[in-house]
Design a protein around this ligand. Structure first.
Ligand code: HEC
Ligand code: HEC
Length: 415
């Protein structure tokens, strides 16, 4: 008989052995035993934005990506663009608690800023896109976001001389390919990083860069308030998932249009009918993993551009940073995935009441505001117009419309 060992089993066996070794080594080794293996990565300045090897950043590609980001040709009915839900004047997000949606719909989550997304390995509140290149098509094809259809969006690009020329120069293709459009949009987003903030300057050695109050806030952030346990490293996120007990948005029960989206999302994500009917809250990571232990968990939010991105949390549950700090001061909150409503008590044990006084709360707010740095503003680009392709001599778009293209072509063929 042939014995086959499933590879996940071998893998976990090796992991267990390795972990056992590291622990005993740490116990015995006088240097290793002094290292705190649980230490949180410290706050750090933002490095230059990374880019995948197959999509290096160039100025020409970023410029093209900017046009595409603001061009409604890239959505279903050509009436909205990425820039309508990621508005530079609204912190490159959207300032309603729950984002606007495709015309006739509302979204179901808060629109996040695209500033500094270059550094994230997990995108969306649910962390379900792994790169900007993969995220952009999800956004512009999703039914309650862009609702675009591949062939139509591509045809529109191919009907626009500006794009034909630029795609030719940058990607070397005869006509624009949609896949390259996502590459260009991702490149543009990578240029939207704010690296020159008081925090970056402070961490680079300029001890005057943060105000005295902000410094008190920083000390609390890294100490008594324990924010650093999850909000750490250069982006201030560990990119892990937690259920903090953020209260459930009532829109999903009280507003018809929101209810439609919520139900559709749960259904489309393949939730079991029993849960689909009972649950009234955003199950977060559970939609990706279908593990009950992941219910209600969301990705730790990065905190570098907060001054411009209110309201906060996955459905904009808090309007101000003061409210956010009060929430944490009380040790987080409760929702139906933490309070046993469905037999699930999934709140992270990390959050504990903090007992902060008013001055301490205020300095945390000042710290979060100051580290946002300057706002990234931009003059909106002009959207390049369509033109009829020059392979029908003398045909203008207006004329084609007036006489009907088919009649014209038939007549042109006869002549
Ligand atoms: C109708 C509104 C809407 C449109 C259009 C839209 N987005 Fe979004 N975007 C959102 C919302 C809402 C979220 C959060 C959704 C979630 O987490 O499920 C989001 C999330 C994101 C994120 C993740 C940020 C993070 O911190 O993880 C990126 C990046 C992004 N959008 C880029 C784009 C790009 C690029 C386009 C155009 C190709 C686009 N969006 C179009 C509303 C929109
Ligand atoms: C246990 C991990 C954890 C700890 C500790 C923690 N956070 Fe968070 N934080 C998260 C997660 C997860 C989210 C997203 C939650 C959601 O939307 O459901 C978040 C969201 C936020 C947001 C909203 C950001 C946005 O763009 O909407 C702010 C602000 C914030 N945290 C600040 C803090 C501060 C200040 C502290 C310390 C007092 C802190 N956090 C402690 C995990 C944590």
């Amino acid at each position: 008989m042939k014995l086959s060992i499933p590879s996940p089993f071998v893998f976990s066996l090796v992991t267990v052995l390795l972990l056992a070794c590291t622990n005993t080594m740490a116990d015995r080794d006088p240097i290793l035993s002094k290292i705190d293996l649980d230490a949180d990565p410290p706050l750090a300045p933002l490095p230059p934005p990374p880019a995948p090897l197959d999509n290096p950043i160039t100025q020409a590609k970023a410029d093209l990506g900017m046009k595409l980001f603001f061009d409604p040709k890239m959505t279903g009915d050509a009436s909205l663009s990425c820039g309508d839900c990621h508005d530079p004047k609204q912190g490159w997000g959207f300032n309603d608690p729950i984002s606007r949606g495709y015309p006739g719909t509302v979204h179901w989550r808060n629109s996040q800023t695209v500033v500094n997304t270059a550094y994230l390995g997990k995108l969306f509140w649910q962390g379900n896109a792994k790169s900007l290149e993969a995220q952009a098509p999800i956004a512009n094809k999703g039914a309650v976001a862009g609702n675009g259809e591949d062939d139509v969006m591509e045809a529109r690009l191919r009907q626009t001389p500006y794009y034909i020329q630029k795609f030719r120069e940058i990607f070397g293709t005869e006509l624009p390919n949609l896949g390259d459009a996502w590459m260009a949009i991702a490149t543009f987003e990578r240029t939207l990083s704010q690296r020159d903030t008081p925090l970056d300057r402070y961490l680079a050695g300029d001890k005057e860069a943060l105000s005295e109050t902000a410094l008190k806030g920083k000390e609390l952030f890294e100490g008594k308030a324990n924010c650093i346990e999850c909000h750490n490293g250069p982006t201030l996120t560990d990119e892990k998932y937690y259920n903090l007990g953020v209260p459930r948005p009532l829109e999903w029960e009280e507003m018809g249009l929101n209810t439609v989206t919520f139900r559709w999302e749960a259904y489309a994500k393949g939730v079991h009918e029993k849960y689909y009917r009972d649950w009234k809250d955003d199950a977060g990571l559970y939609y990706s993993t279908k593990r009950p232990t992941d219910v209600g968990k969301h990705r730790t939010a990065p905190l570098r551009y907060l001054a411009y991105t209110a309201p906060y949390m996955h459905a904009g549950q808090f309007y101000t940073l003061e409210e956010v700090i009060d929430f944490y001061d009380e040790g987080g909150g409760d929702n139906e995935f933490t309070d046993g409503t469905h037999g699930l008590e999934n709140k992270t044990p990390i959050l504990k009441p903090l007992k902060l006084n008013d001055e301490e709360k205020e300095s945390l707010v000042v710290f979060l505001e100051e580290i946002s740095g300057d706002e990234i503003r931009l003059k909106l680009p002009e959207v390049p117009p369509y033109e009829v392709m020059p392979d029908v001599p003398g045909l203008t778009q207006a004329r084609a419309k007036r006489i009907g293209l088919e009649t014209y072509l038939a007549r042109a063929a006869q002549q």
